[in-house]
Design a protein around this ligand. Structure first.
Ligand SMILES: Nc1ncnc2c1ncn2[C@@H]1O[C@H](COP(=O)(O)OP(=O)(O)O)[C@@H](O)[C@H]1O
Ligand SMILES: O=P(O)(O)OC[C@H]1O[C@](O)(COP(=O)(O)O)[C@@H](O)[C@@H]1O
Ligand SMILES: [Mg+2]
Length: 320
C-alpha cells in the first residue's frame, strides 16, 4: 500500500482548489497515509518547497478562494531534465503518489511524471471548464456566478444611460464562461470564437430592436475573441448608440467557492486518494452525467470538448 503522497495546485488558480486540497489531505490521513503539500506547483517540487500536512493544515479553508498551496507556471517542468529532477525529489522524500490540481498544461506535466514511475492523479481545477474528459471543472461555477453578478451591476448603469455594454469575460481558449454568463444575464449578443459573428449584422439587429423599443444592450465577449474595446467602438459607430467596454479580468478567479464547487472538489479529491490507495496512477478524474469517472491522462488530453452552440443560439433568439 502507498504510504506517502503529495498534493499540489498548478496553473491558474480557481475557487474550490482549497476544498480539493482539504479533501485530498483529510482522505489520505484518514486512510493512514502521510501527505505532503508541495507549494507553487511544479516550481515547489523542483525547489523542494514541500511541507508535511497534518490534521490542522487544511482547517478553515473550505470556504476560501485562491489556493493555500500557492500556484505557479513552471517552464522548467516542460523539459525532460525538469521532469527527471521532479522524480528524483519524489524519490528523496519517498513520495509514491501525487495529486495534481490544475488544467490541461498541469496534466501534461503529470503524464510525464507518471511515465517516470510516480503515480499521478489529475484533478480538473480551472475556471475555464475547458477540460474535455469532464463535464465540470473546479472553479467554473464560482467564476460564472461572479461574472453574472458583475454584469448585473453593469446592466443597471447601461439601462440608465440607454447604452451598449460590451463585457469581456475570461476563457483563454473557450467560450464556456461567456455562453453561460450570457444566458444568465439575458445578454443581447454573445461573441465567442466557436460561433462566427458579423459585426454589421449585430449592429443592424440592434437598430431593428431599438426601433421596436429596446433601449439598452448587453454584449458578452469571450477573452478568446478579445478586442472588446474595438467591438464597442465599432458598435457605437455603426448604431449611433453610446457604448462602453468592460474587461472583468482576474476578479472572476477569486472569491468564496459556491456549493457546487465545494462539493465537486471534495468528491473528486476523495476519489483521487481512493485511486492512489489502490495503486492506480496516470489518471485524470472527472464528472460525467453527475458520476465520478477517471481516464488515462493521455486519452483525456486527446479528447475534444464540445461547445454548447444550441445554448448560444437560444440566448440570442430570445433576446428581443
Ligand atoms: N507539455 C508539458 N509538459 C510538461 N509540463 C507541462 C506541459 N505543459 C504545461 N506543463 C506544466 O504545467 C504548468 C501549468 O500549465 P498551464 O498550461 O500554464 O496551466 P493549466 O494547468 O491551468 O492549463 C506549466 O507551467 C508547466 O509547469
Ligand atoms: O493569470 P494569468 O496568467 O494572467 O492567466 C489568465 C488565464 O488564466 C485563466 O483564468 C485560467 O486558465 P488556466 O486554468 O489554463 O490557467 C484563463 O481564463 C485566463 O486566460
Ligand atoms: Mg489551461
Amino acid at each position: 500500500m502507498i504510504k506517502k503522497i503529495g498534493v499540489l495546485t498548478s496553473g491558474g488558480d480557481a475557487p474550490g482548489m482549497n476544498a480539493a486540497v482539504r479533501a485530498v489531505v483529510r482522505a489520505a490521513l484518514s486512510k493512514g497515509m502521510e501527505v505532503y503539500g508541495i507549494r507553487r506547483g511544479y516550481v515547489g517540487l523542483l525547489n523542494g518547497d514541500i511541507i508535511k500536512m497534518d490534521e490542522r493544515s487544511v482547517s478553515d479553508i473550505i470556504h476560501t478562494g485562491g489556493t493555500v498551496l500557492y500556484t505557479a507556471r513552471c517552464p522548467e517542468f516542460r523539459t525532460q531534465e525538469g521532469v527527471a529532477k521532479g522524480k528524483a525529489k519524489c524519490d528523496e522524500l519517498g513520495i509514491e503518489g501525487l495529486v495534481v490540481i490544475g488544467g490541461d498544461g498541469s496534466f501534461r506535466g503529470a503524464a510525464d511524471l507518471s511515465a517516470q514511475g510516480v503515480l499521478c492523479i489529475g484533478l480538473p481545477g480551472t475556471i475555464d471548464n475547458d477540460i474535455a474528459c469532464t463535464d465540470y471543472t473546479i472553479g467554473f461555477d464560482t467564476a460564472m456566478n461572479t461574472a453574472m453578478e458583475l454584469v448585473d451591476k453593469l446592466r443597471d448603469t447601461s439601462q440608465s444611460h440607454d447604452r451598449i455594454s460590451v463585457v469581456e469575460v475570461m476563457g483563454r481558449g473557450a467560450g464556456h464562461i461567456a455562453v453561460n454568463t450570457g444566458i444568465a444575464c439575458g445578454a443581447t449578443d454573445i461573441i465567442t470564437k466557436e460561433v462566427p459573428y458579423d459585426i454589421n449584422a449585430i449592429a443592424n439587429t440592434m437598430l431593428a430592436k431599438k426601433a421596436k423599443g429596446k433601449q439598452n444592450f448587453v454584449v458578452i465577449v469571450a477573452e478568446s475573441v478579445g478586442h472588446s474595446q474595438e467591438i464597442a467602438n465599432m458598435l457605437q459607430e455603426k448604431t449611433g448608440i453610446d457604448a462602453r467596454a468592460t474587461i472583468l479580468g482576474h476578479v472572476q478567479r477569486g472569491g468564496s467557492p459556491t456549493v457546487r464547487d465545494r462539493v465537486e472538489a471534495t468528491r473528486m479529491g476523495y476519489y483521487a486518494v481512493e485511486l492512489l490507495e489502490q495503486g492506480i496512477g496516470n489518471r485524470v478524474v472527472g464528472i460525467k452525467d453527475s458520476k465520478i469517472v477517471d481516464y488515462d491522462i493521455q486519452e483525456a488530453l486527446a479528447m475534444h470538448k464540445e461547445y454548447d452552440e444550441k445554448l448560444h443560439h437560444i440566448a440570442e433568439e430570445i433576446a428581443f
